[in-house]
Design a binder for this molecule. Structure first.
Ligand code: PBG
Ligand code: ZN
Length: 325
């Protein structure tokens, strides 16, 4: 049978009919809010390129989390930075008195229902802004980076992080971190690998927020190339074999095909990182009157859900109620 007996528009004739068949929005528990933590007290500095997001000291952060936790958001992903001197190896990242190491137990105590995740990298702590120390040719030294990343992960686990999330894209970082966690008695700590993370032009606002732009060169020698999707998929397969508990595709909206493919290839949970550039471009368009802010945000998040993301790492998380009611 075909037209005129079949009329596809019947299923969307009225709000009452459409509502019967509309997929529900992703629940708040799927959302994780990426946060920028800074030293000091009473600090809340708006990030110009990320409207609505602030760098916060721990005291301010705890207050900001109250309405967020009340909405039933699943967790937070913490990014730290240092006021102190940066160095060649980013040693501030594993300082036990660092901001992330202090923020974790404070959040756990105040909000036992939130999963506390930490980004494990060195770029906000190295003087050159790369995700690991440089060798004498100026390349990131993979194996030296791994030793440092393992120290960072152990320091976060010791602070009580539920999930550590290595984002440096070093070969073997997941194995090294898993081994270090086990050796140090943190066998219950979850490991969420930034497994397929692309060298992307969408991280600009984040690098403003984190002050982590490389002073020379770029990250193409370690982050995946979007021109080579097979190699990018291998990165996720590899991290599963190395002991990751959760895989991730990042960025998310420009890589829905990759997200769906990773989802198909693994039985691990898959996270989608809805990155800073994806968030900020929607704000920029809305500010110019080129689209409705909330409608664009909802539509983009529905795409991530539909592509199979189990977790949505998104700067929209604190706005859940505004978006989905
Ligand atoms: C650093 C890191 C980056 C992001 C998360 N961890 C930036 C980068 O790789 O340069 C990007 C997040 C975002 O843009 O929202 N390892
Ligand atoms: Zn990094």
């Amino acid at each position: 049978m075909g037209f005129p007996e079949v009329r596809l528009r019947r299923l969307r004739r009225s709000p009452a009919i459409r509502r019967l068949f509309d997929a529900p929005p992703p629940p708040p528990a799927k959302f994780v809010w990426p946060l920028f933590v800074v030293e000091g007290e009473r600090r809340s500095e708006p990030i110009a390129s990320m409207p609505g997001q602030n760098r916060m000291s721990v005291d301010v952060l705890l207050r900001a989390l109250e309405p967020v936790a009340a909405q039933g958001i699943g967790g937070v992903l913490l990014f730290g930075q240092t006021e102190g001197a940066k160095d060649a190896g980013g040693s501030g990242a594993f300082d036990e008195r660092g901001v992330v190491q202090r923020a974790v137990p404070a959040i756990k105590r105040a909000f036992p229902d939130l999963a506390v995740m930490t980004d494990v990298c060195l770029c906000a702590y190295t003087e050159h802004g790369h995700c690991g120390p440089l060798d004498r040719h100026g390349q990131v030294d993979n194996d030296a980076a791994n030793g440092l990343l393992a120290r960072v992960a152990v320091s976060h686990a010791a602070a009580g992080a539920d999930v550590v999330a290595p984002s440096a894209m070093m070969d073997g970082q997941v194995r090294g971190i898993r081994e270090a966690l086990t050796e140090n008695g943190f066998e219950q700590t979850l490991l969420m690998a930034y497994s397929t993370k692309f060298a992307s032009s969408l991280y600009g606002p984040f690098r403003d927020a984190e002050n982590s732009t490389p002073s020379a060169g770029d990250r193409k020698g370690y982050q995946a190339a979007y021109g080579n999707p097979r190699a990018a998929l291998r990165e996720s397969v590899f991290d599963e074999e190395e002991g990751a508990d959760i895989l991730m595709v990042k960025p998310a909206l420009f890589y829905l095909d990759v997200l769906a493919e990773v989802r198909r290839r693994t039985d691990l949970p898959v996270a989608a990182y809805n990155v800073s550039g994806e968030y900020s471009m929607i704000h920029a368009a809305a500010e110019r009157g080129w689209g409705d802010l909330h409608a664009m945000a909802r539509e983009s998040l529905a795409a991530l859900d539909r592509a199979g993301a189990d977790l949505l790492l998104s700067y929209w998380a604190p706005r859940y109620r505004d978006l989905f009611g």
